[in-house]
Design a protein around this ligand. Structure first.
Ligand SMILES: NC(=O)c1ccc[n+]([C@@H]2O[C@H](COP(=O)([O-])OP(=O)(O)OC[C@H]3O[C@@H](n4cnc5c(N)ncnc54)[C@H](OP(=O)(O)O)[C@@H]3O)[C@@H](O)[C@H]2O)c1
Length: 300
């Protein structure tokens, strides 16, 4: 009898995102089972019931995907699952808190490629501002950019939140970022003026910089916005922009251009859960590497 390929979508949030459900079905899973409002203490029991009900062979056809609007919570759930596995019962595991890892991986891969192409600089030499960076996308983007050697400043409307995010990024990913308060456009404009790259990672439908503020920026610079919901994070940047010059020497990436790569990364990683010979553990680093692979494949 052929085994059904199952994905358990486990979230600490009350709502499991239909985005991930749809992506998983489209990647080829036979069934996607959502578990909402889960905390890390429930994960070992969940893992054991999945393992033992399907036997060693069946375990290979069962995977878990962890999500949360809080990066640390998703990572703690992943850690709890890893700690509960033992041979021969091995399950595929993936973590992508509220889509933040795959989105940040797409964002940074596209920004780094555009920065190189337009002479803004090599990733490791860039000064990067992650604006409104306290969400899952901002934290992950700051971690990936910092890991590449960029000097990263992460903003929030209040310093305490920026500092909390910086501490979490250091603890989880070993990356140092500088926390700064940017309560409004005025403060963010000053930080943007001094940066090579601005990553707008604010909440959906929240404008961070107006067209007028963006017009004052001087190149060479890359500005990128992940917010696809109007009003966008950067007013002068359209969702489909992919290297458009929006001010002299200021090159823009919009949410759809980034989202297109995010979609491909998540799809490829979900397929890895189904096909990898050894059940994989898919995390932020996996998303980062897959983003680079997909961009290189596109350019060759
Ligand atoms: N393009 C894609 O493929 C894709 C995929 C996934 C997500 N997204 C988008 O990525 C963005 C980030 O997602 P996320 O889940 O990480 O974001 P989030 O947690 O919803 O928001 C990020 C931060 O925005 C700030 N913020 C909220 N309301 C604000 C306001 N009125 N004014 C100024 N700042 C405000 C908050 O920071 P403070 O409270 O610390 O100031 C918050 O922590 C969203 O726009 C989302 O739609 C895009």
């Amino acid at each position: 009898m052929e085994r059904k390929r199952l994905l358990y979508l486990v979230s600490s949030d009350p709502l499991v995102s239909p985005f991930d459900v749809n992506m998983a079905y489209d990647a080829g899973f036979d069934a996607v089972i959502p578990y909402a409002s889960i905390d890390a203490s429930m994960v070992p029991g969940l893992v054991q019931d999945i393992m033992f009900s399907r036997g060693a062979k069946g375990a290979r056809f069962s995977s878990l995907f962890f999500s949360s609007s809080r990066v640390a919570v998703a990572e703690t759930m992943l850690k709890a699952a890893r700690g509960s596995l033992f041979p021969p019962f091995l399950l595929g595991l993936m973590v992508d808190p509220k889509g933040g890892y795959t989105t940040a991986a797409a964002l940074w891969a596209r920004v780094a490629a555009l920065g190189r192409a337009r002479g803004v600089g090599q990733p490791g030499r860039l000064k990067v501002v992650v604006a409104a960076g306290t969400g899952t996308v901002g934290r992950a983007a700051a971690a990936i950019a910092g890991r590449d050697g960029a000097a990263v400043t992460l903003t929030s409307r209040n310093l305490a939140s920026a500092a909390e995010a910086a501490e979490e990024i250091a603890a989880l990913f070993g990356v140092t970022v500088v926390p700064r308060a940017a309560p409004g456009e005025k403060e963010l404009s000053v930080l943007a003026a001094g940066a090579d790259v601005v990553l707008a990672t604010g909440a959906a439908g929240v404008q961070l910089l107006s067209r007028a503020a963006i017009a004052t920026l001087k190149g060479p610079k890359v500005i990128a916005d992940v917010n696809a919901v109007p009003p966008h994070g950067l007013e002068a940047v359209r969702p489909q922009d992919s290297g458009t010059e929006v001010a002299p020497g200021v090159f823009a990436l919009g949410a759809m251009a980034i989202g297109d790569l995010k979609f491909k990364i998540e799809s490829a990683l979900l397929k890895d859960l189904l096909t990898a010979e050894t059940p994989p553990v898919i995390d932020l680093e996996s998303a980062r590497r897959r983003a680079l692979d997909l961009l290189e494949m596109k350019s060759t």
